[in-house]
Design a protein around this ligand. Structure first.
Ligand code: HEC
Length: 128
């Protein structure tokens, strides 16, 4: 310990630690996506989750010194990450980056799944 976390900015590097990855990837969204839940997720993204501050209105993200936020419209990224990994990031943040812990701090786990459903709607889209 005591050394700075070596952060690998590549898209292909999972954010979840290797020893937990397989287990985390198997965790599925327990909530069936519905238009109502996606709408609730949109409100969280723009409201109390404060996601829009760093991830911007269109999900492409803003430039942050050191390490910019993820472009949610990148369908390669969308395909690479399982829902369970996104939930892990909401609960733990993305170590070594500005991505803060959200679930358990500002939103509940259920709200976390809703905002994940909303983030999935950015896939392949440039508007919104
Ligand atoms: C203070 C700025 C900030 C806020 C607020 C923020 N994020 Fe992030 N987020 C980031 C940064 C920076 C990254 C890039 C981290 C990385 O590359 O690992 C990121 C990455 C992510 C990722 C993807 C990590 C990956 O797999 O590459 C997800 C999912 C995410 N954020 C969701 C959210 C949600 C949902 C909210 C609101 C509830 C939110 N973020 C709020 C800065 C922020």
């Amino acid at each position: 310990m005591g050394t700075a976390l070596a952060f690998h900015p590549s898209l292909y590097t999972p954010r979840v630690p290797q020893n937990l990855l397989e287990e985390v990837q198997e965790i599925e969204d327990p909530l069936e996506p519905t238009p109502e839940r996606i709408e609730a997720g949109r409100k969280i993204f723009f409201g109390k989750g404060e996601c829009v501050t760093c991830h911007s209105k269109n999900g492409k993200g803003v430039r942050i010194p050191g390490h910019s936020s993820r472009d949610f419209t990148n369908s390669k990224w969308q395909d690479l990450r399982a829902d369970g990994e996104l939930m892990w990031i909401l609960k733990n943040g993305s170590p070594g980056t500005g991505m803060p812990i959200r679930v358990g701090r500002v939103i509940t786990e259920e709200e976390g799944w809703e905002v994940i459903q909303f983030i999935r709607t950015f896939n392949g889209k440039t508007e919104k």
